[in-house]
Design a protein around this ligand. Structure first.
Ligand SMILES: Cc1ncc(COP(=O)(O)O)c(C=O)c1O
Length: 348
C-alpha cells in the first residue's frame, strides 16, 4: 500500500527524532511553582524571539487565545473580530462562554483581511446603552483565508488605529513564523504590532504539543493566573517544552519548503478547469481550493482523493483545504496534482 499523503493540516506533523530524544532527557520540575528549568528556558526563548517581555507556555492555541481574551477584557466587554477568525469560528464559543466577552464581527474585502475603515463601521461611541469595546483580535497567517498573510504595513496601520481608539490588540499568530518567513522578516517585526501574541509549536514547527502567549511582564503575570483557572497549570511540563525549544530553534527556516510546495499546488490548481484558488496576496502553507462546477462538490473530490491515499479537508460545500507540512515532498505535490486533474476530467 502507498503511504498516505496527509494534507489535512500541519498539526499532523510528528515530532522529530531530536525532539523525542530531548523529551526523554529533559530537566524538569514543578512548573506551577516556576521550578521547571526547561519551561523557563522555552518561555524566555519565545519572549526573545517575539520581542516581548515575557511568555507563558500553554497547552494549545485555543487556550492561549482564550487566556489572552480573559486577560485583556472584563466580562461584558465587546471584542472586535474578523468574521472568519479562528478565535470566533473554531474555538467553541469560549470567548463568550468562558471569557464572557461579546464578539463584534467585521467583514473585510476578502476573508482574513480587514483594514481600519472596516473596523470604523462597527465601532460605536461611548453610550449608556453600549458595551465597552476593549479589544481587537487579528489572525496572521489567516487559516480560513487560505494561509494569507496580513502584510506588515497593514499590521502597523491596524495597530496604530486600534491604539488611537484605546483598544488592546491580540494577535492569533498560530502560524506567525509562516507569516514572517513569507515576508522575509523576523517574527518580532510582526509582533511589535500587537500587545499580546499567541503562537503554536504544534503546527508546522512539528512539536507534539503546546503554544505560547507573549506580552508584557504584567500581562503575562495576570495571564498565568487565568491559565490556572482553566486548569492549565502544568507540572513537569518541561518534557514537552523541550520539544518546543527545538521547534523554535531548528524548525522555523524550513517552513520555506512548505510554502514552495503550497505555491506549486496553488499555481497548478488554478489552471485546472472548474477549480479556483485565490493568488492575490502573500500566501504560505495553506491552499484553499474552490470548486466552481455545479456537478461536483467538495466531498466527492475528497472521497476520490482518499481512494489514492491523499487526505484533504472539506471546509465547506465547495471548498477544500490542503496544508503542506514537513511530511509532504515535492513529488507528492506532483502526484496530488495528477490525481486532482484526473478527478476533474473523469467527472465532466
Ligand atoms: C489560526 C489558528 N488559531 C488557533 C488555532 C488553535 O490551535 P489549537 O488547535 O492548538 O487549539 C488554530 C488551529 O488550527 C489555528 O489555525
Amino acid at each position: 500500500m502507498n503511504r498516505v499523503i496527509d494534507l489535512r493540516s500541519d498539526t499532523i506533523t510528528l515530532p522529530t527524532d531530536e525532539m523525542r530524544e530531548a523529551m526523554r532527557s529533559a530537566e524538569v520540575g514543578d512548573d506551577v511553582y516556576r521550578e521547571d528549568p526547561t519551561v523557563l528556558k522555552l518561555e524566555a526563548l519565545a519572549a526573545k524571539k517575539l520581542g516581548k517581555e515575557a511568555a507563558l507556555f500553554v497547552t494549545s492555541g485555543t487556550m492561549g487565545n482564550l487566556i489572552a481574551t480573559m486577560t485583556h477584557t472584563t466580562p461584558g466587554d465587546e471584542v472586535i473580530v474578523e468574521e472568519n477568525a479562528h478565535i470566533y469560528y473554531y474555538e467553541v464559543g469560549g470567548m463568550a462562554r468562558i471569557a464572557g466577552a461579546m464578539p463584534r464581527l467585521v467583514r473585510g474585502r476578502r476573508i482574513g483581511i480587514i483594514i481600519p475603515d472596516d473596523i470604523k463601521k462597527v465601532l460605536r461611541p461611548s453610550n449608556i446603552h453600549f458595551p465597552k469595546t476593549t479589544l481587537l483580535t487579528l489572525e496572521n497567517t489567516h487559516n480560513r483565508g487560505g494561509g494569507i498573510v496580513i502584510p506588515n504595513k497593514l499590521m502597523k496601520e491596524l495597530y496604530s488605529f486600534a491604539k488611537g481608539k484605546g483598544l488592546s490588540v491580540h494577535l492569533d499568530g498560530a502560524r506567525i513564523f509562516n507569516a514572517a518567513i513569507a515576508q522575509g522578516i523576523p517574527a518580532k517585526e510582526i509582533a511589535q504590532y500587537a500587545d499580546s501574541v499567541m503562537f503554536c509549536l504544534s503546527k508546522g514547527l512539528s512539536a507534539p504539543v503546546g503554544s505560547l502567549l507573549v506580552g508584557t511582564a504584567d500581562f503575562i503575570e495576570r495571564a498565568r493566573k487565568n491559565r490556572k483557572i482553566l486548569g492549565g497549570g502544568m507540572r513537569q511540563a518541561g518534557v514537552v517544552a523541550s520539544a518546543g525549544i527545538i521547534a523554535l530553534e531548528k524548525m522555523v527556516d524550513r517552513l520555506k519548503e512548505d510554502h514552495e510546495n503550497a505555491a506549486l499546488l496553488r499555481d497548478r490548481i488554478s489552471k485546472i478547469d472548474g477549480l479556483y484558488v485565490d493568488r492575490d496576496g502573500i500566501f504560505t502553507n495553506i491552499v484553499m481550493m474552490e470548486i466552481k462546477r455545479a456537478d461536483i462538490d467538495a466531498q466527492t473530490i475528497v472521497d476520490a482523493l482518499k481512494k489514492e491515499n491523499i487526505l484533504a479537508l472539506p471546509t465547506g460545500k465547495n471548498t477544500i483545504r490542503f496544508v503542506t507540512n514537513r511530511h509532504i515532498k515535492r513529488d507528492d505535490i506532483h502526484f496530488v496534482l495528477d490525481v486532482i486533474g484526473g478527478i476533474m476530467e473523469k467527472n465532466v
